[in-house]
Structure formats: C-alpha cells, structure tokens
Design a protein around this ligand. Structure first.
Ligand SMILES: C[S@@+](CC[C@H](N)C(=O)[O-])C[C@H]1O[C@@H](n2cnc3c(N)ncnc32)[C@H](O)[C@@H]1O
Length: 314
C-alpha cells in the first residue's frame, strides 16, 4: 500500500503537535518514538526555552534535585496536607487529559499495527498508558530503559533532623523518602492489527518487532548499556536521549520500507529524527519551541546515512 502524504517528508514542523498532527493524513505513520515533557506544570503552557533555563538555574547547586530536567508543579516540596495531595492528583489528571489530546491525533494518523514508544517517568507512565489506551491503542509492553546511575531524590531524614536540631539524628542514618531512580519507562502500544500479524504486515508493512540482537540473543524488554552519550551528543537542550538507544528502538520496532515513516511529535533536539535518518528511514518531526529547530536541522545536516545497517526487506 502506497501512502499519500500531505506533509513534507524528512522535515521538522514548528508548532503544537496537537494542531500539526491534525493536518496530517490518517493512516500515514508507521511508528512513533517520542519523549513528551514529564512535567505537569508545563501543561497548557508553551514549553519555553527561557523558562526551562530559569528553572534549571534555580536547582543548579542542589545535590538532590535532578539538574538537567526542569522540575515543576510543587512536586518537589511543600507540606503534605490534603491540599498538597489534591493539587498533585489534579496535576496528574490534567496531564492525562492533555496526553489524550495528542494521543487521539496520533491514533488517527498511525497505520494499522503501528507501534508507538513513549518515554516517561516511572511515576507518570501509567497516565500516559491510559491516555494511549483511551485513544484506541493496545498495550504491548513497558520497556525499562536502565541508566547507569540515578540521583537520589527526596528527603534524607538524618540530614533533615540534624538541621532541625533533633537529638541523635544518626539513628535515622540510611533512611530516606524515595529510592534512587535508575530507570525510565518506555510504554509500547500498537494500533490494532488487521486480523493478524501477517495480514497487517502485508497491508501496512508494520506490526512485528525485530528481536534478534547482533550477537544472536533474543532482545529482552530491558534496554541497558545505551547510556553513554558521545561528546558529539551535547546540544543546547536539557533532555537529549542517547542516539544509540533511539536507533535500537527504530530498528527493533519498524521494518525497513520506503513507505514506513517515523514520527516524533516532541522532537526536542531531534534524536529520533537523526536516528531515523541514519538508518535510512523517512521521518517527520514536530517541535513547539522555535529555538530548538536550528539545533535539529544542524544535527540532521551532520548525519550520515548508514544504509548497510538496514537491508531492504520488501
Ligand atoms: C523531553 S523533550 C524531548 C527531547 C528529545 N527526546 C531529545 O532527545 O532531544 C520534549 C520536547 O517537547 C517539546 N514540546 C512540548 N510541548 C509540545 C507540544 N505541545 N508540541 C510539540 N512539542 C512540544 C518541548 O519543547 C521539548 O523540546
């Protein structure tokens, strides 16, 4: 099946992805790999580069806060009273409602059998999953993206008691309010098949995953050792994903075919688009923040095609 696309291929669009996706034709996208903001406070607001810099600047010297991700929504402090929990609950619900707006558009433009991979924090992945399912997607798995290290967040009780002047704070040595976070979730959902995998594959060229690794082993749902970014992977964007990890997702989730278009509606610095381009796939990106567009375009310009990685299957 040849797809007629209204959009230009291998390009990044500037704008709100909910509006931009609404202009794309239905059943045109083979795979979406994306990393939307995890922060509730940004919902309903433009993700402003200036605001991100202001926030990350505020936590620059903190040993406990994540330094490269802007925190928000009062999640990082406050008296744990009823109001606090209510505010957080409302943030979660608003986040889910916002997710459902873009997952609805995404569902419409995906082909039958198209896999969708969405990164999120382990605290909020469930909300993204429900939004995707409410839009019509079927959940296949949650991949664990294991990072080498995690920054302990939350309250160190001994330190807190010491500051408060409570006697014998050392009794609480090693007691903390949270675990060291060592992984991020990647929810994998799929647009319903046409009867079965083979019929779908013949009709839309997607539906199954490439599970054999280079060493012959069977790919598990834990992705590790993709952590290290090379020095060339430092861009003026605060949440760049490792290129090797995204290339692994591209080559696992979508068979190589000229009609298989990969989408990232939250392109950021363009890692998904660069991965797609390196592997020879057609792609389309969307990014709301105009300041990031030159970063993406420069990365794409500097990207070399690695054709030999993907023999044509069709
Ligand atoms: C977590 S970052 C993605 C980073 C990306 N994975 C990378 O490796 O560079 C999320 C991006 O989504 C963009 N964004 C936020 N809301 C958006 C929206 N409604 N439409 C399009 N892009 C949006 C932000 O500007 C930000 O660059």
């Amino acid at each position: 099946m040849t797809i007629e696309t209204d959009f230009e291929l291998n390009k990044v669009y500037t704008g709100d992805c909910i509006e931009v996706m609404a202009t794309f034709p239905k059943n045109s996208i083979a795979c979406c790999i994306t990393d939307p903001p995890y922060n509730y406070e940004f919902i309903g607001h433009k993700w402003s580069d200036e605001e991100v810099k202001r926030r990350t600047g505020r936590v620059k010297d903190s040993k406990t806060m994540v330094k490269n991700i802007p925190y928000g929504s009062g999640l990082s402090g406050g008296v744990r009273n009823e109001r606090w929990y209510e505010k957080n609950r409302n943030n979660d619900l608003e986040y889910m409602q916002w997710c459902e707006k873009w997952t609805n558009e995404l569902f419409r433009i995906c082909k039958a059998g198209a896999p969708v991979a969405v990164f999120n924090s382990n605290r909020s992945i469930a909300h993204v999953q429900i939004a995707l399912e409410n839009s019509g997607f079927y959940t296949r798995d949650i991949l664990v993206y294991k990072r080498n290290s995690g920054i302990p967040r939350g309250l160190n009780l001994e330190k807190k008691l010491e500051k408060m002047g409570v006697p014998n704070p050392e009794k609480w040595n090693g007691w903390h309010s949270a675990f060291r976070n060592e992984w991020e979730a990647i929810i994998i959902v799929q647009k319903p098949l046409i009867n079965n995998y083979w019929e779908t594959l013949q009709e839309t060229n997607v539906g199954v995953f490439k599970t054999v690794n280079n060493d012959g082993s069977f790919q598990s749902n834990i992705l590790e050792n993709y952590n290290n970014k090379s020095k060339d992977e430092k861009f003026d964007h605060c949440t760049v994903k490792p290129l090797a990890l995204i290339k692994k997702l591209v080559s696992t989730l979508v068979p190589f075919h000229k009609d298989n278009i990969i989408l990232d509606p939250f392109s950021g610095s363009g890692t998904t688009l660069v991965a797609a381009q390196e592997l020879g796939y057609n792609f389309v990106g969307i990014e709301i923040e105009a300041n990031y567009i030159p970063i993406i375009n420069k990365r794409l310009k500097d990207t070399k095609l690695q054709k030999e990685l993907n023999p044509t299957l069709f």
